[in-house]
Design a protein around this ligand. Structure first.
Ligand code: NAD
Length: 450
C-alpha cells in the first residue's frame, strides 16, 4: 500500500508547507537496486581504535572513497570537517574505551561531522560485549555505548541510520559481511539496533551471490514479506522450496516458476507437515525461514479460544515443531541458518494482540533456547522482528492506527517487504553464523518498546 504522505512531503509544495508548520518530514529511503555492486556509493569515514585499521584493510571493497580521522599511521586520506566531502557511511571503533571518562571520544568524533552527513548515511559503532569483559569499568563503558548509539540514531535526519555492533575478538573476520549489510541500503529500515558478533568458521565466497549452492525453505511465501524473502534469497543465489497454504498455490507456483524454485501447497499446522517437508527435501536444507504468520486481533475480554489457538499454532507451535523435526531427521544440515519472523508487537506488547504478541515473543525465546544446539553444528537461529511493514496485514488496520504505526518511529514511515527480506538474506549468509540467538528489529527505530 502506498504512503501518500511521503509522496507529499517530498514534493516541492509539500516540503515548503511541512517545513512551515513543523510536521514530521520522513525522507524517501535509498534502497538496494538490482545490479548495484558496492555497498557504499560515496565517502566512508573510519575513526576510533584499532578495529578502524582492521576495517581499513578491506574498506576499498566497500567503496572507492575511504577517509580516516585520528587513525594513526594510516596511508588513507584524512577527512576534515567543513572541507571533506559529505559522508555516506561511518565506522567508529569504540571497543578500546575502558573508562567512562573516555566516552568523550564519542562526542569529539561525532559532533563535528553531524552536519556533514549525506542523505541516507549509515553509521556503525563497534564495541566489545559488556558481559565478556571482566573489568567493571570497561563493562560500564561498553554498556554506555547502547544509550549513545540509540540516541544518535534518533537524531539522524534524511534517512540516516546508526547501529552498535559488539564484536568478539574471534569475530573480527566477520566484520566485512556485517558492514556490507549495515553500511549499505540493504539495511535502510534498520536503525538503533545492537547486535553481538561471535566467532563463525564460515565465510562468504562470492559477494555477488553469497547464498550460491544453499538450499532454502520459506514458509508463507505466496505474498507479502514471504514473497520478498523468496525473491531476495533467489537473487543471492539460493535454491528455493516455497511453501504456503493450498488456497494460495496459484500465486505460489507462479512465484516459484519465476524464481526457478519449487512450490509446495501445505498448511504448516497439518499433522503430516513435517513429514511432507522432509520428503520434499531429500538432499536436506541449509536455510529455513519461518515466515508464515497470522493475526486474529481481539482484546483479552473478547478473545475466543479459536482466535487464541489459531495464532499460537501457526506462529509459534508450527515453527518450533518443524524445526525440531527437520533437525532430528537430519534434513537441517550442518551450518544451517534458521530465521524466525517475530514482530515488534511481540517485543513490546500491543493492545488487542495478546495472542499474536505471545506467539512472536515466543519465537525470540525459540531462537535463544535453540542457539547453543545449532551452534554445536556450526548453525545459527535468530529472530527478525519487523515493525510496521506495508503489506496486506497492515493494509487491514484502521486508518488512525495505520498512520500511528507509520509515523511513530525515527524514520517516520513504514518499511517495505524488501527491508525485512534483506535482513533475512543477510542472516542466511554463511558468515552470519556470527549472530546467534538474537533478535534483529527491522522497524525504522519504532518507538514501540524501543
Ligand atoms: N506486515 C507487517 O507489518 C509485519 C510486522 C511484523 C511481523 N510480521 C510478520 O511477518 C510475516 C509475514 O507477514 P506478511 O505481512 O507478509 O503477512 P501476509 O498475511 O501478507 O502473508 C502471510 C503468508 O503466510 C501464509 N500462511 C498463513 N498461515 C499459513 C499456514 N498455516 N501454512 C502455510 N502458510 C500460511 C499466508 O497464506 C500468507 O501467504 C508474518 O509472520 C507476520 O506476523 C509482519
Amino acid at each position: 500500500m502506498s504512503d501518500r504522505y511521503i509522496d507529499f512531503v517530498n514534493s516541492d509544495i509539500g516540503r515548503r508547507l511541512v517545513g512551515a508548520v513543523g510536521l514530521p518530514s520522513p525522507a524517501r529511503l535509498e534502497r538496494w537496486q538490482p545490479g548495484r555492486l558496492r555497498p557504499v556509493e560515496g565517502a566512508l569515514l573510519l575513526g576510533g581504535g584499532a578495529l578502524a585499521s582492521t576495517v581499513a584493510g578491506f574498506a576499498n571493497k566497500l567503496t572507492s572513497e575511504v577517509y580516516v580521522q585520528g587513525v594513526s599511521e594510516s596511508p588513507l586520506p584524512a577527512w576534515t570537517a567543513g572541507l571533506g566531502p559529505k559522508l555516506k557511511a561511518l565506522v567508529f571503533d569504540a571497543s578500546g574505551l575502558a573508562d567512562p571518562a573516555e566516552l568523550k571520544a564519542l562526542r569529539e568524533f561525532f559532533q563535528p561531522l553531524m552536519k556533514s552527513l549525506a542523505r541516507s548515511a549509515h553509521i556503525v559503532i563497534l564495541g566489545r560485549a559488556p558481559q565478556t569483559l571482566s573489568d567493571p569499568q570497561a563493562h560500564i563503558t561498553q554498556r554506555a555505548l547502547e544509550g549513545f548509539s540509540r540516541s544518535l540514531a534518533k537524531e539522524l535526519r534524511n534517512g540516516g541510520t546508526a547501529q552498535l555492533l559488539y564484536v568478539d575478538p574471534a569475530a573480527e573476520d566477520q566484520l566485512e559481511g556485517a558492514l556490507r549489510f549495515f553500511l549499505s541500503p540493504k539495511s535502510a529500515f534498520i536503525s538503533g539496533q545492537v547486535l553481538h558478533l561471535g566467532a563463525c568458521g564460515d565465510q562468504v565466497q562470492d559477494w555477488t551471490r553469497p547464498l550460491a549452492g544453499r538450499k532454502a525453505l520459506v514458509t508463507g511465501a505466496a505474498r507479502g514479506i514471504g514473497a520478498a524473502i523468496a525473491e531476495t534469497l533467489a537473487r543471492d543465489g539460493a535454491e528455493l522450496l516455497l511453501v504456503d497454504v493450498p488456497q494460495a498455490e496459484g500465486d505460489l507456483h507462479a512465484l516459484a516458476a519465476r524464481l526457478g524454485g519449487r512450490a509446495l501447497g501445505l498448511d504448516i499446522c497439518a499433522t503430516d507437515a513435517a513429514q511432507r517437508l522432509i520428503e520434499a527435501l531429500p538432499e536436506g536444507v541449509d536455510i529455513v525461514v519461518h515466515n508464515a504468520g497470522i493475526t486474529r486481533d481481539k482484546t483479552l475480554a473478547n478473545m475466543t479460544p479459536e482466535y487464541w489457538d489459531a495464532v499460537l499454532a501457526v506462529n509459534l507451535q508450527a515453527p518450533q515443531q518443524l524445526t525440531q523435526r527437520l533437525l532430528e531427521s537430519g534434513t537441517l544440515g550442518d551450518a544451517a541458518r534458521v530465521i524466525l519472523l517475530s514482530s515488534t508487537s511481540g517485543l513490546a506488547g500491543n493492545r488487542g494482540q495478546a495472542n499474536y504478541a505471545a506467539s512472536k515473543a515466543g519465537l525470540v525465546g525459540l531462537a535463544q533456547a535453540w542457539a547453543a544446539r545449532l551452534a554445536e553444528r556450526g548453525g545459527s537461529i535468530n529472530a527478525v522482528a519487523p515493525g510496521f511493514i506495508e503489506t496486506h496485514m497492515t493494509a487491514k488496520m484502521p486508518f488512525a492506527l495505520r498512520e500511528a504505526g507509520r509515523r511513530l518511529s525515527s524514520l517516520g514511515q513504514g518499511g517495505q517487504p524488501q527491508d525485512v527480506a534483506e535482513a533475512v538474506a543477510w542472516l542466511a549468509q554463511p558468515g552470519s553464523g556470527a549472530v546467534n540467538g538474537q533478535a534483529l528489529r527491522v522497524c525504522g527505530q519504532s518507538f514501540l518498546g524501543a
